[in-house]
Design a protein around this ligand. Structure first.
Ligand SMILES: [Fe+2]
Length: 256
C-alpha cells in the first residue's frame, strides 16, 4: 500500500504562497496534508492563512510564532541580530497580534506542540523546532553531529519532520531521517519560491521530494507596503533569504 503525505510549514501569513502550494497540491495525489507550524508572523495575511488552513482541516502543530501570537507574548523567541532586524521583528509581532482575531489566537494557542503517528510501520514525529526544544531549536545542516545524534536518540520515531529554519533539509543521522520541507511563505535558502515536501511511504519504504512553487511575490510585497509593515519584510520574500538590514537599498534596486 502507498500513502502520500504533504508537509508544509512556516507559511508566515503569506496567503499568495499558501494558495500556490495548495493549488500545486490539488494536482497531485496526496492522502494527507500536515502543517509544521508558524502559520503567522512577518506576512500581511495572518488571519486569512489561519482561516484557510483551519477551513481545510489541515492538521497543524504549533510554531514559536503561533505561540507568541496566540498568547500575545512580547517576543517570538527568534534569534534576531541586534539592531534593525530586532526592531523589524518586534514591529511584525506587535502588528500580527493586533491584526489577528481572538478566534484565530485561540486556534493558535491550542495547536499541539508535537504530533506522532505511524504509517505502514514507519513512525513519524512532527515538531516545529526539535524534539528536545519543540518551539525554538534550529536544526540545520551545520548543527554539530553530536547534537543531531542526541536529538534522534531522544525519540522513538523513525522520521522527524520539522520546520523553523526555513531551509529545506534531508538528513540521515544514526539510522533515522530528519526532514525539513523548508518554508512556504518566507524561504531563506536563496530561492524565493514557496517550498514544501511530499513524502511517500510504500510498503514501509520512505521516499521524499522537495517541491518548489512560484507564486506572486510582487503582490505579497505590495500588501506588506499597503499594511504599513516594514519594507524589509518584503525584501526577504523577493530575495528568498535574509540579508543585512543595514542595506535597505536592495529593496528598491529590485524594482519592487
Ligand atoms: Fe518560522
Amino acid at each position: 500500500m502507498t500513502l502520500r503525505l504533504a508537509f508544509l510549514g512556516d507559511v508566515h501569513g503569506n496567503l499568495e504562497a499558501l494558495d500556490a502550494v495548495l493549488e500545486d497540491l490539488s494536482g497531485r495525489k496526496v492522502d494527507r496534508v500536515y502543517c509544521l507550524g508558524d502559520l503567522v508572523g512577518y506576512g500581511p495575511d495572518p488571519e486569512e492563512v489561519v482561516k484557510r488552513l483551519k477551513g481545510l482541516n489541515v492538521v497543524s502543530i504549533m510554531g514559536n510564532y503561533d505561540e507568541a501570537v496566540g498568547f500575545s507574548k512580547e517576543s517570538c523567541g527568534c534569534s534576531y541580530s541586534p539592531g534593525r532586524e530586532e526592531e523589524v521583528g518586534e514591529i511584525s509581532l506587535n502588528w500580527t497580534i493586533r491584526y489577528t482575531s481572538d478566534e484565530a489566537k485561540e486556534y493558535l494557542r491550542n495547536l499541539p506542540r508535537k504530533l506522532s503517528f505511524e504509517v505502514e510501520g514507519v513512525r513519524f514525529l512532527l515538531v516545529h523546532g526539535s524534539p528536545l526544544d519543540e518551539l525554538f531549536e534550529y536544526v540545520k545542516p551545520d548543527t554539530p553531529t553530536p547534537r543531531l545524534k542526541e536529538i534522534v536518540s531522544s525519540v522513538e520515531e523513525d522520521v522527524v519532520v520539522n520546520g523553523h529554519t526555513h531551509l529545506p533539509m534531508i538528513l540521515w543521522v544514526g539510522g533515522k531521517l530528519i526532514l525539513n520541507p523548508g518554508s512556504v511563505g518566507r524561504p531563506k535558502d536563496g530561492d524565493p519560491r514557496a517550498s514544501y515536501m511530499i513524502v511517500e511511504v510504500r510498503d514501509g519504504i520512505v521516499s521524499y521530494e522537495v517541491v518548489r512553487v512560484p507564486y506572486d511575490v510582487k503582490r505579497t510585497v505590495e500588501k506588506i507596503a499597503e499594511r504599513g509593515l516594514p519594507p524589509e519584510l518584503g525584501t526577504v520574500l523577493a530575495l528568498g533569504r535574509t540579508y543585512n538590514m543595514g542595506s535597505p537599498t536592495v529593496f528598491f534596486s529590485l524594482g519592487l
